[in-house]
Design a protein around this ligand. Structure first.
Ligand code: SF4
Length: 355
């Protein structure tokens, strides 16, 4: 493989954005290429790409707290005093970050200070909301600590024969990456996936947890989420696809605010389905690349990435301002023979549910 730094990649969140709005996929994946049109537009897009809503940020903070808490349990250090300490440290960090976001100049892109909240970017006053939701976030954590589910999880830590994985707070992209060299369509593609929490028992049962901080969504609960399927598929890729028939895995979605848990046995069909979804998505993603070259991963011109027709999606979109600005450049673009690749649209982004 030629030495390209950023070959085409796939993850469940990239897939969701692709099917939510193709233009949003462009901004979140290829904003840097806007420098060929206008450097200020590129900088504005980079700012928008790195900010997040208050709800999403608090969800991430809750994930960090859970990660710290589970590490305490794993190391047998989960005394009340230590739990109080991790809560205080997180509160201090959150308050500092909130102030940074509030006083930041969003007109400039600074690669060293990327953090910001969408609401501050749009000059909304969210001081009261922050306090209210921060309390709700810590309540969720306390509820989880007292729950039957936490008691069950503690049992896994008691058995020294179990191997336990806890997602670290700092993202490690190398450990998240799967390179799939046994499927021709996925050669050279980086597939990213990392479960929040997983257990391998002594008799080779795999138990995977995906924590959610938002509301329990209205959806068909008879089927397992793609996110859990892809985590299981990653494990299978590691231990060998030939073990698919005997692979014994269960996946759970845990909604921390309500301590509701939905679980499934992961079947062979689930694994085949997610493999096919990755292949289908990657084939769509390739259509947006110059010469379909996945190693170089250079996008076609921005005009090829179509906008959603759903105004509701634009209303809360971080890229709204940049997207409107880009229209001016695209207005007179001669599309010539270029075909816009077709992408099936979904209605929701998974992480859009309010905290
Ligand atoms: S503003 Fe609308 S069209 Fe533009 S990226 Fe966002 S969702 Fe897509």
């Amino acid at each position: 493989m030629a030495e390209f730094k950023n070959p085409l990649s796939w993850s469940i969140s990239k897939s969701t954005v692709l099917h939510y709005c193709v233009k949003k996929y462009y901004f979140s994946t290829y904003s840097n290429h806007l420098k060929n049109l206008d450097i200020q537009l590129r900088n504005d897009a980079m700012v928008a790409k790195n900010i997040k809503s208050l709800a999403m940020w608090l969800g991430e903070c809750l994930h960090d707290l859970m990660s710290d808490y589970l590490h305490l349990q794993k190391n047998n250090q989960n005394s009340a005093e230590n739990i109080k300490k991790i809560k205080i440290l997180l509160t201090e960090k959150m308050d500092r970050d909130f102030q940074i976001s509030k006083s930041r100049d969003y007109g400039k892109y600074n690669p060293d200070t990327k953090f910001g909240l969408t609401e501050h970017y749009y000059k909304e006053n969210i001081d009261d909301l922050y306090i209210q939701w921060k309390i709700a976030m810590f309540d969720s954590f306390d509820k989880f600590c007292e729950s039957e589910l936490n008691f069950q999880i503690q049992q896994y830590f008691q058995d020294p024969q179990n191997s336990i994985f806890i997602e670290p707070k700092e993202k490690n992209f190398d450990s998240m990456k799967i390179q799939i060299d046994n499927i021709p369509e996925l050669m050279w593609i980086n597939v990213f996936a990392q479960p929040d929490f997983g257990i391998i028992t002594a008799d080779k049962k795999y138990i995977i947890y995906d924590r959610k901080s938002g509301k329990v969504p209205q959806k068909d609960w008879n089927s397992i989420s793609d996110q859990l399927k892809v985590y299981a598929y990653k494990i299978l890729q590691k231990i060998g696809l030939e073990k698919m028939d005997d692979f014994d895995a269960q996946g759970y979605e845990v909604f921390l605010k309500w301590i509701e848990k939905f679980g499934w046995k992961i079947t062979k069909q689930d694994l085949l389905d997610i493999e096919q979804k990755i292949i289908d998505d990657v084939n769509v993603q390739k259509n947006f690349l110059v010469n379909k070259n996945v190693e170089a991963n250079i996008p076609m011109e921005s005009v090829v990435f179509q906008r959603t027709n759903d105004p509701y999606k634009c209303k809360d979109c971080t890229f709204y301002r940049v997207c409107e600005e880009l229209k001016k450049y695209e207005k007179f673009h001669d599309m010539g023979e270029v075909q816009m690749p077709k992408v099936e649209e979904v209605e929701y982004l998974d992480d859009d549910f309010p905290f």
